[in-house]
Design a protein around this ligand. Structure first.
Ligand SMILES: *Cc1c(COP(=O)(O)O)cnc(C)c1O
Length: 405
């Protein structure tokens, strides 16, 4: 509750005075006046960059999600001092690992980076000379193939290919058994596409363990539910990759690689600050590492409350539109990935002669702009990445547009 009130304060924006003057007293190198002036600048406005209410999704192109107050505070406070990056990764990694039932963890620059570094770790093992050779695997003694199910092709497997491996695509259990050979480095699994593949988690793991092949699972957007923080570590995946900048609302460019101790140590041989490695460009700084840590802690502690709050926001929007002639509403929660409450609003085109796209466009171009999803005669939205209170604006704008019929 307290946090939500704080967040509400944030939206109104003259937070500048209160929070920032406290901050500068605690060691800013800028004079108070300068800090306050800087905070008052509306850089989006200054630059003419359009901002909007995000009722659509945690899309990278739309800058993902908004960090919580606690995260912003962690970033601001930690930005005033130096520390050794590896020591911070060790200590934060140990905490995240404990929260997620993993042996070890490390903060990465997104789930993509977690997949890439995890793959690099599997290839190099604890040999830093090998790590420095990636992605040139030929003649290195490293294995060269990663197996994935055809239905799990979601594009992000590029993160594995960056390491120079060849993807081997299988469909059936038989094909999987046949595909495994001396060159097999890893068997990967894309959780959000579970239903598009014949082989499910347990069977995938069973084959991998019997044939002694390391496994990696991408669960980038699959928290909530909160149990997913630890479910796949408990299940026995060797490496688990999570995005920090989706529903967790850590820094948008953060993620977690967690799993077996040796593999995490191996992955870090390819990570910043080590310079001549494939992962040097996947830099995460102390602020992002600590910001993500706080975001995960927060999410685990307040997840249930958040869920109830999202449902209230959804109900508010639903109530605003449900009496418009021919309008039907449906609340649903996707089974895998971004499993948060969604609201679909549909109508009879004979009564309301607008397409979903038209409504979407009008909302996008309105003031303030609102981004959401559109179907033929429907729109759909989520509330979990809104600033609390924005659901009221969304409700009245949708009502206004649909009532124009
Ligand atoms: C978003 C996403 C990623 C990439 O996550 P980042 O944190 O943006 O790098 C990878 N895999 C899946 C399934 C995703 O949804």
């Amino acid at each position: 509750m307290k946090r939500r009130d704080l967040l509400k304060g944030l939206t109104v924006l003259p937070l500048a005075g209160g929070i920032l003057s406290g901050q500068s007293a605690s060691g800013s190198i800028l004079p108070t006046g300068a800090t306050a002036t800087a905070a008052k600048r509306d850089l989006f406005k200054e630059l003419g960059v359009r901002t909007f209410i995000n009722a659509r999704a945690t899309l990278t192109m739309m800058t993902g999600s908004l960090m919580q107050d606690e995260v912003l505070e962690a970033i601001k406070n930690s930005s005033r001092r130096y520390c050794m990056l590896d020591e911070l990764q060790d200590k934060v990694g140990a905490k995240i690992a404990e929260l997620c039932h993993a042996e070890a963890a490390t903060v990465t620059s997104g789930a993509f980076s977690a997949i890439m570094l995890g793959t690099a770790g599997v290839l190099s093992g604890l040999d830093s000379k090998k790590a420095a050779m990636i992605p040139h695997l030929e003649g290195s003694g490293m294995k060269t193939e990663v197996i994935l199910q055809k239905g799990h092709n979601i594009g992000y497997y590029q993160a594995m290919k960056n390491c120079g491996v060849t993807m081997v695509w299988v469909e059936t259990r038989e094909e999987l058994e046949r595909a495994i050979n001396d060159k097999t480095a890893m068997m990967a699994f894309m959780n959000c596409n579970t239903n598009a593949g014949q082989i499910k988690h347990q069977e995938w793991l069973e084959v991998a363990k019997r044939r002694n092949i390391p496994t990696l699972i991408d669960i980038a957007a699959d928290v909530p539910p909160i149990e997913n923080f630890w479910k796949f570590n408990d299940m026995g995946f060797d490496l688990v990759c999570l995005s920090g900048g989706k529903a967790i609302r850590g820094p948008q460019s953060s993620g977690v690689l967690m799993g077996k101790k040796d593999l995490i140590a191996a992955a870090r041989l390819s990570a910043s600050p080590r310079g001549s490695t494939i992962g040097r460009g996947h830099k995460v700084n102390k602020e992002e590492i600590l910001g993500l840590y706080v975001a995960i802690e927060n999410f685990i502690n307040t997840g249930e409350q958040e869920w109830n709050f999202w449902m209230k926001q959804i109900a508010h929007i639903e109530n605003a539109v449900k009496n418009i002639k021919s309008v039907k509403t449906r609340v649903f929660v996707p089974e895998l990935a971004n499993s948060t409450p969604n609201l679909e609003i549909s109508w009879d085109p004979a009564v309301i002669p607008f397409s979903g796209k038209q409504i979407q466009e009008r909302l996008s171009q309105g003031e303030p702009g609102i981004e959401l999803n559109a179907g033929k005669n429907n729109i759909s939205l989520v509330t979990f990445i809104m600033v609390p209170g924005e659901e009221k604006i969304v409700a009245s704008r949708i009502k206004e547009e649909l009532s124009k019929a």
